[in-house]
Design a protein around this ligand. Structure first.
Ligand code: NDP
Ligand code: 8X3
Length: 251
C-alpha cells in the first residue's frame, strides 16, 4: 500500500485528490491549516484507508519539518507527494499591488512548496523511489493582466518542477506537474478576500473545470507503471483557450 502526503487537502483540488486516492487504496497524510476540515475528511475516508492529519502553515518551516519528521508508525514512508497548497491573493496592476499579497503568494506557493519538498525528498531518496506532483497553473505558462506576482509564483513552480526532475533523476524519483486553467474551488474567494460576487463571476457563463477533474488526472498520473512519468500537463475547460480567452457564450 502506497502512502501519499497531500498539501492543501482541506479544500478544492487537494481534498478531491484525497478522495480519489482513497478509492485507489492509497494511505493518506492530509495537510492544511484548518484542523476541523482535516478531521471531517479523515472521518469520511478512514473506513477506506488509514488517514493521518497534519495541521501546519506551509510558510512555517519549523512546523513543516517538525510535523513531517515526526510522522507516526505506518506513515513514515512517503511514496507520493502532492504539492498542492497555494492560492492567488489579489488581482491588481503591479503598481497597485499589495506587498502583503505578494509576500503571501511567494511565501506559500513557492517557499512553502520548497519547505515541504525539502522535508519529504530525503525519505524518497532513502527509498530510491517516490513520485512528486507539483500543482502549477496556466498562470505558470503564460502571464495575464494583473496576474503579475501570482503568475511569477507559478512560473517558479514550473521551473522548480523541471529542476526537481533533473536533480532527482539519478534517485529513481518521478517528478511531474499539472497546470490547470479555471477550476471552480475556493480559489477565487481567497483571491478576492471573501467577495463572493466577484469570485462567482469568474466561473459564470461557461462550464469550468471541477476539482474532481484535476483529482482524476492526478490519480491517473500516480497510477501509471513505474517506467511511465507524466512530466507536464496543461488542462483547460473546453470553453477556455488561454488565460484571457474564455468563451462565455456556451454553458
Ligand atoms: P482552494 O482555495 O480551494 O484550496 C487551497 C488549499 O491550499 C486549501 O486546502 C488551503 O488549506 C491550502 N493552503 C493555502 N494556503 C496555505 C498555507 N499557508 N499553508 C497550508 N495550506 C495552505 O484552491 P484550489 O484547490 O483551487 O487550489 C489548489 C492549488 O491549485 C493551488 O496551488 C492553486 O494555485 C492551484 N490552481 C488552482 C486553479 C483554480 O482555478 N482553482 C487553477 C490552477 C492552479 P488551508 O486554508 O486549510 O490551509
Ligand atoms: C488559477 C488559474 O487563471 O485564475 O491558477 O490564474 S487563473
Amino acid at each position: 500500500m502506497k502512502t501519499a502526503l497531500i498539501t492543501g487537502a482541506t479544500s478544492g483540488i487537494g481534498k478531491h485528490t484525497a478522495i480519489e486516492f482513497s478509492k485507489k487504496n492509497i494511505r493518506l497524510i492530509l495537510c492544511g491549516r484548518r484542523q476541523e476540515r482535516l478531521d471531517a475528511l479523515q472521518d469520511e475516508l478512514k473506513a477506506s484507508v488509514p488517514v493521518h492529519t497534519l495541521c501546519f502553515d506551509v510558510r512555517d518551516k519549523e512546523k513543516v519539518f517538525d510535523n513531517i519528521n515526526k510522522l507516526p508508525e505506518g506513515f513514515t514512508t512517503i511514496d507520493i507527494l502532492v504539492n498542492n497548497a497555494g492560492n492567488a491573493h489579489g488581482l491588481d496592476p503591479i503598481q497597485n499591488g499589495s506587498i502583503d499579497d505578494w509576500d503571501a503568494m511567494i511565501d506559500i506557493n513557492v517557499k512553502g512548496l520548497l519547505y515541504v519538498s525539502k522535508a519529504v525528498i530525503p525519505k524518497m531518496i532513502a527509498n530510491k523511489s517516490g513520485h512528486i506532483i507539483n500543482i502549477g497553473s496556466t498562470a505558470g505558462k503564460e502571464v495575464y493582466p494583473n496576474g503579475n506576482v501570482y503568475c511569477a509564483s507559478k512560473h517558479a513552480v514550473d521551473a522548480i518542477n523541471k529542476g526537481m526532475r533533473i536533480d532527482l533523476n539519478s534517485h529513481g524519483i518521478k517528478v511531474g506537474a499539472i497546470h490547470p486553467g479555471l477550476v471552480e474551488t475556493e480559489f477565487s474567494n481567497v483571491r478576492f478576500k471573501g467577495d463572493t460576487t466577484r469570485a462567482d463571476a469568474v466561473y459564470n457563463g461557461f462550464d469550468p473545470l471541477r476539482p474532481e477533474d484535476i483529482a482524476d488526472i492526478i490519480t491517473f498520473m500516480v497510477t501509471r507503471p513505474y517506467h511511465v512519468n507524466i512530466a507536464d500537463l496543461i488542462v483547460l475547460p473546453t470553453a477556455q483557450a488561454s488565460s484571457t480567452i474564455v468563451n462565455k457564450n456556451v454553458v
